[in-house]
Design a protein around this ligand. Structure first.
Ligand code: PRP
Length: 217
């Protein structure tokens, strides 16, 4: 069973509420994704290894620390892209490796369309970034790819998870920690009548995180 951290931080709760709002326009939506991701990353990076170093201040030598591990950010295209920049500002030395997956609308299975990982892993800690953990298919497939690559510790950072997705990722990869702002109620079923949302959307959720960021909905 994975370690699952659902933040109850007031700032995250406040910002998530604005993110869910159907009236939040793409510019504000992107800003909120960035801000929530930074807050989640603060928690998710609490165990990064540091080594003691000395630093010269204007007054004297002081004891300090330096990050030890090579960190990789792996956004799942497209929606994960909006989660990169905030964390990158915190850790400008991080490498960014993109994985392109889309969900087949009929089967809901992930289809890989972009992967330029080099032959051997270059990082020791990976943060997988994707706002929506719906069926969990995309997250499980991405972690499969990263484990075959030889990535070290892998953590998943999302914004909203469905119980189905959390369970699927946790069962497939119990060693992967999952950080979320919320776990919602359920996934939409097969549409019954015109106007019903497509199958496999998180309820209440926030709609399509890719479309809402990129203005393509
Ligand atoms: C969405 C979302 C996740 C995936 C979640 O992406 O951003 O990547 O679906 O679903 P799952 O847990 O059932 O796999 P989508 O396929 O819509 O692509 P997009 O980000 O390019 O819009």
């Amino acid at each position: 069973m994975s370690r699952i951290v659902v933040s109850s931080h007031p700032l995250i709760r406040h910002k998530l509420t604005l993110l869910r709002d159907v009236n939040t326009e793409p510019r504000k939506f992107r800003e909120l994704i960035r801000e929530i991701t930074i807050l989640l990353a603060y928690e998710a990076t609490a165990d990064l290894a540091v080594a003691p170093v000395k630093v010269q201040t204007p007054l004297a030598m002081a004891d300090g620390f330096a990050l030890q591990e090579r960190i990789g950010l792996v956004p799942i295209l497209r929606a994960g892209l909006g989660m990169v920049n905030g964390i990158w500002e915190l850790m400008p030395q991080a490498e960014v490796w993109h994985i392109g997956l889309y969900r087949d609308e009929r089967t809901l299975k992930p289809v890989e369309y972009y992967n330029k990982l080099p032959a051997a892993a270059t990082v020791q800690v990976v943060l997988v970034l994707d706002p929506m953990l719906a069926t969990g298919g995309s997250a499980v497939a991405t972690v499969d790819i990263l484990k075959r690559w030889g990535a070290g510790r892998i953590k998943y950072l999302g914004i909203i998870g469905a119980p189905e997705g959390v369970k699927a990722l946790s069962q497939a990869h119990p060693d992967v920690e999952i950080y979320l702002a919320a776990i919602d109620s359920h996934l939409t079923p097969e549409p019954q009548k015109p106007g019903d949302p497509p199958r496999g959307f998180i309820v209440p959720g926030l709609g399509d995180a890719g479309d809402r960021q990129f203005g393509t909905g």
